[in-house]
Design a protein around this ligand. Structure first.
Ligand code: ZN
Length: 406
């Protein structure tokens, strides 16, 4: 893909996407999402295709901007755990591996995991007797970690780099990848070109239909990284367009840290003997509308908590500069004028600016008296412990979320 950035403005131009599945330009608006201070994008429109019903983020930068982002800002290296995934992630990989083994896929299959991060899923398959295992990931650090931890060879690159040099595989897996891609159909084309004639494809994505029973920060699914919102039907449609049929399907709830959950739908696909007809996805649009309403409802409390924290023009310090903070700033729930400084434990963020304020390392908090607002759902308690137990800071600490623990 050729980049066509202007000489002065390095930001890629935003364009309408046609439907990533059926190609239709007709769309219905569900929600406009905005971010302040994201290195990747300033927001997008969540829309659904008026033809096939698939929901996706419209008005986003081109694929090349996402490729750059994942090469440089990968969160999937799990650096703070020495490259090892959490026990929760290991559990979901085990359940997905159970599904793959139950579906009768031979452990002798030449297997490629696209977007494999540090190779944990491949490692789980190795423990089930799979021997011919390969990984592909855009982050060079992930390849090093996979070799060190699991002795699994991971090639650095994106799904769009896949070509003849990579050989062919009996099983290609993409777990938690398709929801991040701008050019979904091109990605599918690259993958199916690398499959042996009887090869199978395993795809797993967040399941829009079950968002109502999941737990996380409001609007978390509309993060800076998620730009496609699949249902089982739209996933099936994507593969139908490529001439593939679904032979098995699974649904599960992925446990994340601190009681957060994300619904996952997975499917196993193979080349179809005859044309597979698309089915209109009539439910995704309404499911996302319900999700928006529930998120807006949760935001009302967030607005009150922030207003209380900065009552009387008090300046606060905000810990956390992720999607949540970027969204709260853009939506006006968090006013930059009320923030003295931002803090983040990620070294990559420190020294940068968000909404004109510097992002400081946690150590910079010693000796400051402002109240600290924790702006994270997933790490709220972890950050609270760090402030109170490890750093022993006397500051007043405000939590955004009143959560019930599981
Ligand atoms: Zn469509």
């Amino acid at each position: 893909m050729k980049l066509s950035y202007g000489q002065k403005d390095l930001r890629p131009s935003l364009k309408h996407r046609t439907c990533p599945i059926c190609g239709s330009p007709r769309r219905r608006l569900i929600y406009k999402q905005h971010f302040t201070g994201s290195t990747l994008l300033s927001g997008y429109h969540v829309v659904s295709c008026a033809n096939c019903g698939f929901a996706y983020a419209d008005m986003i930068p081109p694929q090349a901007a996402f490729d750059r982002y994942y090469r440089h800002f990968s969160k999937y290296e799990y650096r703070h755990h020495g490259g090892e995934v959490s026990a929760n992630d290991l559990r979901i990989f085990e359940r997905l591996a159970d599904f793959i083994c139950r579906s009768g896929i031979s452990p002798r299959s030449a297997t490629l995991d696209v977007g494999c991060a540090t190779g944990a899923f491949l490692h789980v398959l190795a423990s089930r007797g799979f021997k011919n295992l390969h990984g592909l990931d855009p982050s060079p650090d992930c390849a090093k970690t996979a070799a060190r931890l699991y002795k699994i060879r991971v090639v650095t690159g994106t799904v769009f780099d896949l070509d003849r040099r990579h050989g062919r595989y009996d099983l290609i897996m993409l777990t938690g990848v398709l929801e991040h891609l701008c050019d979904v159909r091109l990605a599918v084309q690259r993958i199916v070109d690398r499959l042996t004639p009887n090869g199978q494809l395993f795809l797993a994505v967040p399941d829009v239909m079950s968002l109502g029973s999941s737990r996380n920060a409001p609007f978390q699914q509309f993060s800076t990284e998620h730009i496609n919102f699949f249902t089982a039907t739209s996933l099936r449609n994507l593969m139908a367009v490529a001439g593939f049929e679904r032979i098995a399907q699974t649904r599960m709830m992925r446990q994340q840290g601190a009681g957060a959950t994300e619904p996952v739908v997975g499917g196993l696909y193979r080349r179809a003997a005859r044309m597979v007809k698309m089915r209109i996805d009539c439910q995704g649009h309404a499911a996302l509308q319900r999700y928006v309403a529930a998120s807006q409802d949760a935001d009302r409390r967030t607005r009150r908590v922030i207003a209380n924290a900065s009552r009387g023009g008090k300046q606060i310090i905000v810990w956390g500069v992720g999607s949540l903070t970027q969204r709260l700033l853009a939506a006006g729930l968090l006013k930059a004028s009320a923030v003295e400084a931002f803090v983040d434990s990620s070294v990559r963020m420190q020294g940068r600016r968000i909404a004109g304020r510097r992002i400081l390392p946690p150590a910079a908090l010693h000796g400051r008296s402002e109240p600290i607002l924790i702006s994270s759902w997933m790490f709220q308690e972890e950050i609270f412990q760090e402030i109170k137990q490890k750093m022993k800071l006397p500051n007043r600490v405000i939590k955004l979320f009143n959560r019930v623990y599981m």
